[in-house]
Design a protein around this ligand. Structure first.
Ligand code: PFF
Length: 433
């Protein structure tokens, strides 16, 4: 049976950008910046994104595109009978773990959309403590958390069972631009708040003494997380690309879109964090405490404005989250469909079931949530990316790879990336030891 492919190049880029742009940019980036010292973290993040992530993106996409298979099959086809196929296993497990804790945050977004619809963020006199308490109550109520998580996963299930072209393509095109425009508007508002300047300084004036092995690993991990690398999702999406499409431009476009969203989110959130006197290192709740404060003060003179902006914003965030989570689900499902010849519906139900159980555990235990969050980006995705780079740089035939990947990028993939990742891993081990 012929495999479905994306209708054209723009759609392939949009689907990958849809996977990349999500809660990682809007929720995770600002909280990571806040926990790791601001501008210095951003600097390492940007360098990692440009010099490490783009070449890895191209390598990972190369494996999918050249084989038109998802993870396991792709490795078996390119390196038959070797142990490389176990990388495929890693890249099925990782997205499932990510999806589990990601769905907790997806559930929070759904809850906040509901709160916006019930006009919870229109009281301009509500202090930052009030908004903090609203978030605290949501996290404290485990059953509510599980209910919202379930809602989020059901939405994912719906999208994936509709299939690649019908479900994902239409989805991605409408929501991302809406989110972009809203976020730019929030940046302007946030910058106009009294006390916002300290937040801007925090984002643009690096304190180099803050850079250490841990910050480097976190920044690199965030860059991998944000671009959905090292997990097989980009590989799986690239397997639907047509032969004539260019990997380098796809990688560069996706990274540029993704970086833009992260930076804009930083400038939307941090000035308001400082203006409101919120602790920048507050952790995973940062945006959920800050945004409602922004929305409610925004409507000081026009309460309808706060409600309108909040509803549109959380709707757009939900869609951005869905296009990312769907890509994780898709990577897991593609494995069972392509490799185990399982029916699509059954495969989706299986992945759904696992994520529901594990996600519910993450709702109940903040420690498990934090552990999965750090484990996946700082270790599994980084390690997965290292393996992709080594596979393309060392295992595949150079002449084949050079037909799609330019020589300087090939050099980076073969030498620079393995050395940098291993050095950062070692420095973290030494620091902990
Ligand atoms: N890149 C996504 C985001 O920034 O929200 C998260 C993500 C999607 C991670 C897909 C991993 C993945 F496979």
């Amino acid at each position: 049976m012929a495999r479905e492919s994306f209708a054209n190049r723009t759609t392939a880029i949009l689907a990958m950008a849809g996977s990349a742009i999500g809660l990682g940019n809007i929720w995770r980036f600002p909280y990571m910046v806040g926990q790791n010292g601001g501008a210095a973290f951003i600097l390492v993040y940007l360098l990692s994104a440009i010099f490490i992530c783009v070449p890895i993106f191209i390598s990972e996409a190369y494996i999918g595109k050249s084989t038109q298979l998802s993870t396991f099959g792709a490795f078996e086809k390119l390196a038959p009978g070797s142990a490389w196929k176990w990388v495929g296993l890693l890249t099925v497990i990782t997205p499932i773990i990510i999806l589990s804790f990601y769905s907790v945050v997806g559930g929070w977004s759904l809850a906040y959309l509901f709160k916006s619809l019930t006009l919870s963020f229109t009281d301009a006199s509500a202090t930052q403590e009030v908004h903090g308490a609203v978030f605290g109550a949501l996290v404290g109520n485990k059953w509510a958390g599980i209910a919202w998580l379930t809602g989020f996963l059901v939405l994912n299930f719906g999208v994936v069972t509709l299939g690649v072209s019908k479900g994902i393509e239409k989805f991605t095109k409408i929501t991302t631009p809406i989110l972009f425009v809203l976020m730019v508007a929030i940046v302007f508002y946030s910058l106009s708040m009294p006390g916002a300047k300290a937040g801007v300084d925090y984002l643009v004036k690096p304190d180099f003494s803050k850079i250490n092995g841990h910050v480097m690993l976190s920044a690199m991990g965030q860059a991998f997380f944000s671009l959905s690398l090292g997990v097989g999702t980009i590989l799986t999406y690239a397997s639907y690309m047509k032969k004539e499409e260019n990997l380098v431009s796809t990688g560069v476009y996706t990274a540029v879109f993704d970086l833009m969203f992260a930076l804009i989110a930083g400038f939307a959130i941090m000035p308001a964090v400082f203006a409101a006197g919120i602790e920048p290192g507050a952790g995973p709740g940062l945006i959920f405490e800050t945004l409602p404060y922004i929305f409610s003060t925004m409507g000081r003179d026009f309460p309808a404005l706060s409600a309108g902006v909040a509803i549109l914003f959380f709707t757009a965030v939900l869609f951005a989250a869905l296009t990312s989570s769907v890509s994780m689900l898709e990577a897991g499902v593609a494995y069972f469909v392509d490799h185990k010849k399982m029916a699509r519906g059954k495969a989706t139900a299986l992945v759904f079931g696992f994520c529901w159980i594990f996600g519910s555990l993450c709702c109940v235990s903040t420690r498990l949530f934090d552990f999965c969050d750090r484990l996946t980006s700082d270790f599994l995705m980084t390690f997965g990316s290292l393996l992709y780079a080594v596979f393309v740089g060392w295992r595949l035939k150079k002449a084949d790879v050079l037909q799609e990947i330019p020589r300087p990028i090939y050099f980076i993939v073969r030498w620079i990336i393995p050395l940098v990742i291993i050095a950062i891993f070692i420095s973290n081990l030494v620091m902990k030891g």
